[in-house]
Design a protein around this ligand. Structure first.
Ligand code: P1T
Length: 379
């Protein structure tokens, strides 16, 4: 099934009791049983909910996977994934990633004995230097947040296979339309579905998709045992969002390309980070593992100061200054003080995240209007 058909039809069925084409919102906390243990597959809504079941099936299909497991946020999904490991286990993670993921790893899970290394993965060979017999997971985010670096998923899968470690890919920036990590050898793919999958900035959600039954069973167990589950209305919104993912992503890509080229030509702008430039170090890999370059980009100002960045961020009219990304409306953000403030400044700067870096989530408005807005803000 091709993507456009898959996102609309795969994994979902009309409601068997009424024929409703859209999955109803089963707003219930429990399900009546004929007698103890005699039920229709649903007992208690933390454990299962029919709206969530359909969403999990649709998300699995979207990533060409067998099992989908949904959570109340992207971080709840990652938090649950960390519970697959035990004290002393080592996790190698990329050094450019969402600040909240970094915070979860460093400031929560390190205290429970997991060991993290944050490294440059722009060459997968670099990972081998950090492997030890205790390495259990390679955590990849690609394209990375916020520097839009590209990591070779297939090459990482080869490294992971050699050592028996698992490979998990945070696919949030690409979406299942642009990239399918399971097809490239990953064991798990994670999404902050808050972003492109939802697509309308009205829901917070996370998911993990895998083909590995043992991992899936453990994650379903943890989903119920720890309880970070999404509500049925959120699941409904995501089922709805997923149906237009391919159309929205096509426009995000077109607008992203136009804005990237516009910024590159702008006299006030220094570097532009967008993986569709032929001279981007990850361009060749992006071309092979992605179906487009997406709508996320970031740029540095010639005046590399916090004050200059703040001026731009408070001067746009169509781009709203806000955290998050992937919605139909364009957003502008300042990673150093917003989404990545939990990373110590020295570490940020050492990894290339400078004070004037501005991140854009390019929406699906008219590209000329978006360029005009950035132009007046930069002036
Ligand atoms: O916000 P939540 O649904 O919990 O997802 C966390 C998350 C995970 N992975 C990536 C790549 C992300 O970008 C995020 C959330 N990011 C933002 C809120 C942001 O503005 O970057």
């Amino acid at each position: 099934m091709k993507a456009a058909t898959k996102f609309i039809h795969a994994g979902v069925h009309p409601d068997p009791s009424t024929g409703a084409i859209m999955t109803p919102i089963f707003q219930t906390s429990t399900f009546v049983q004929e007698g103890p243990g005699k039920h229709k597959g649903y007992e208690y809504a933390r454990t299962q909910n029919p709206t969530r079941t359909q969403l999990q099936n649709a998300l699995a299909a979207a990533e060409n996977g067998k099992y989908g497991i949904s959570f109340s946020s992207g971080l709840a999904a990652t938090d649950t994934l960390m519970k697959l490991f035990k004290p002393g286990d080592e996790i190698i993670s990329t050094n450019d990633l969402y600040g909240g993921t970094y915070r979860l790893m460093r400031k929560v899970w390190e205290a429970y004995g997991l060991k993290f290394r944050f490294i440059d993965m722009s060459h997968a060979d670099n990972i081998s230097k950090y492997l030890t017999p205790a390495t259990r997971l390679i955590w990849v985010e690609t394209p990375t947040n916020p520097l839009i670096r590209i990591i070779d998923i297939k090459a990482c899968a080869a490294v992971a296979r050699k050592t028996g470690a698992l490979l998990a890919v945070d696919n949030t920036f690409a979406s299942p339309y642009l990239q399918n990590p399971l097809d490239l050898g990953a064991d798990m793919v994670m999404h902050s579905a808050t972003k492109y999958i939802g697509g309308h900035s009205d829901v917070v959600h996370g998911c993990i998709i895998t083909n590995n039954k043992e991992i899936a069973d453990r994650l379903y167990f943890l989903q119920n045992a720890c309880g970070a589950v999404p509500g049925p209305q959120d699941c409904f919104l995501l089922l709805r969002g997923l149906k237009t993912l391919h159309v929205r992503m096509q426009r995000h890509c077109e607008n992203g390309e136009q804005i990237a080229h516009f910024l590159r030509r702008h006299p006030k702008v220094d570097k532009v980070h967008w993986c569709g430039f032929e001279d981007h170090p990850g361009y060749e890999i992006a071309k092979t593992q992605m179906n487009g370059f997406g709508g996320m980009l970031s740029f540095e100002l010639k005046d590399n100061t916090l004050a200059a960045a703040e001026k731009v961020l408070s001067s746009t009219k169509l781009f709203s200054c806000a955290e998050s990304l992937g919605g139909v409306e364009s957003l502008i953000g300042h990673p150093a003080s917003m989404t990545h403030a939990s990373i110590p400044r020295e570490e940020r700067i050492a990894n290339g995240l400078v004070d004037s870096l501005i991140r854009l989530s390019v929406g699906i408005e008219d590209a000329e209007d978006l360029k005009a807005d950035l132009d007046q803000a930069l002036e």
